[in-house]
Design a binder for this molecule. Structure first.
Ligand code: HEC
Ligand code: HEC
Length: 215
């Protein structure tokens, strides 16, 4: 009897593991075929323009953002190149995905290795980087986004290290200016209000150059 029970549990556990693996494989297929790759690049790590790298981001955070971009709750400032909000191109394709698809894609992306930092021109000086690090510490960002932005303290919060500088600047500015208010954004509002444009630029430069793929 005991042996039988053990076998039953073992096969249940195996079933759970293979179901999770199936979700990741399904998520990969969806990511590759439902336009995501065109904007966020191979395995979510090579985004175009100032779009976000999504590889190795927290699964729960990814899922809420996908839902909020789909429903239109997450808004962004206008892309000067097109005159349309940055979220619009993505929002326009989201109707082809079901809620279940979004869950699978979130699982897949969270399991990918984070992007390597993208070099910025002109290269920031050691002083620029130290200034960004000091501002990040002084304003208390560490409490939620972790040391060097490498690991958020709560799985529904985003990791920041290695995201593109221009993307980081835009998100902080959009949150401070009350454009991006979806999800848990208001947790940050009081803090980001204390940052002027120069402080945002400094923190974005610093965070963008931290390699989260290196432990
Ligand atoms: C036309 C280009 C485009 C397509 C197609 C697209 N995205 Fe996006 N995505 C963006 C942009 C741009 C943003 C950031 C919007 C902003 O600046 O506020 C974004 C944001 C995101 C975010 C939030 C990232 C963060 O750190 O908050 C996730 C996750 C995401 N996209 C995943 C996907 C997935 C999965 C697909 C396919 C179903 C997809 N995107 C399709 C352009 C695109
Ligand atoms: C009390 C917790 C908290 C603090 C402190 C905090 N944040 Fe956040 N931050 C969040 C949450 C939660 C989100 C995601 C909001 C959502 O649900 O859409 C976020 C989102 C962000 C984003 C967008 C990331 C992306 O992938 O789009 C950036 C950039 C950011 N924070 C930078 C900072 C910086 C810099 C500071 C310090 C000045 C800071 N945050 C302080 C909780 C916090």
């Amino acid at each position: 009897m005991r042996k039988l029970l053990f076998t039953a549990f073992a096969s249940l556990a195996l079933f759970a593991v293979s179901a999770a693996a199936d979700d990741v494989a399904d998520g990969e297929k969806l990511y590759k075929t439902k336009t995501c790759m065109a904007c966020h690049g191979s395995k979510g790590a090579r985004p175009i323009q100032s779009y976000p790298a999504v590889a190795g981001q927290n699964e729960k955070y990814i899922l809420t953002q996908l839902q909020d971009i789909k429903s239109g709750k997450r808004v962004a400032s206008k892309d000067p190149a097109t005159g349309h909000p940055y979220t619009e191109g993505m929002a326009a394709v989201m109707h082809i995905l079901t809620d279940d698809d979004l869950k699978k894609i979130a699982k897949y992306l969270a399991a990918q290795p984070p992007a390597k930092p993208k070099a910025i021109e002109p290269a920031p000086s050691a002083e620029d980087l130290a200034n960004g690090a000091a501002t990040y510490k002084k304003l208390g960002c560490v409490a939620c986004h972790g040391v060097d932005g490498k690991k958020a303290s709560v799985p529904t919060y985003p990791n920041l290290a290695g995201l593109q500088r221009d993307y980081l600047v835009r998100q902080m500015t959009d949150m401070r200016d009350g454009l991006r208010v979806n999800g848990q954004s208001k947790l940050m509002l009081n803090i980001i209000k204390k940052a002027d444009d120069a402080a945002i630029q400094a923190m974005a430069t610093y965070l963008s150059q931290i390699d989260r793929s290196a432990k």
